[in-house]
Design a protein around this ligand. Sequence first.
Ligand SMILES: [Cu+2]
Length: 177
Amino acid sequence: MGMGRIFGVGAVACALACGSGNPPAGVNVSSATGSGGAASVTSTGASGSCDNGAGGAAMLVADKGCDPKMAVDMTGKPEVEIKFGYIDSKFVYTPKCAKVSPCTKVTFRCGGTNECNFSMHPLQGGAGAKADPASPFGFTFDPNLTEKSFVLKNKGSFPYICASHYAAGMVGTVFVQ
Ligand SMILES: [Cu+2]
């Protein structure tokens, strides 16, 4: 009845890749200054190690209508883009379900036909209706931003929602494998 076996593969992988403590799964260094403009860009820190180690097989979990097996495969690319806004008459992220490699720079960029920014479509990381402070996507509510990038360092499943339109299906998940 001991507690010695509670650590599985994930804990071993994290012991190798995560170091001590409980770091977030990515980095998100905001450089927004609120200076306005149509295309304010937020950059992310590029330093630091990524979970590229052999044997770091994180368990991917289906979420937000996304299955890791069916997600758009964008692995192997250093940068990918997820468009968001009112696109084809729907509030969406596209691709809604994406699969990327560790250390990929994922940029959320306004698209579609209507005016678009992060106060109209607040980006909120996490699986539930409340923001998950451990999510690499954090929470962004900024009318001056039309795009924002995140470097996803660690393997895992990272769901997110638009805090205004999630009930209409404006949600998605990035799988890092
Ligand atoms: Cu929205």
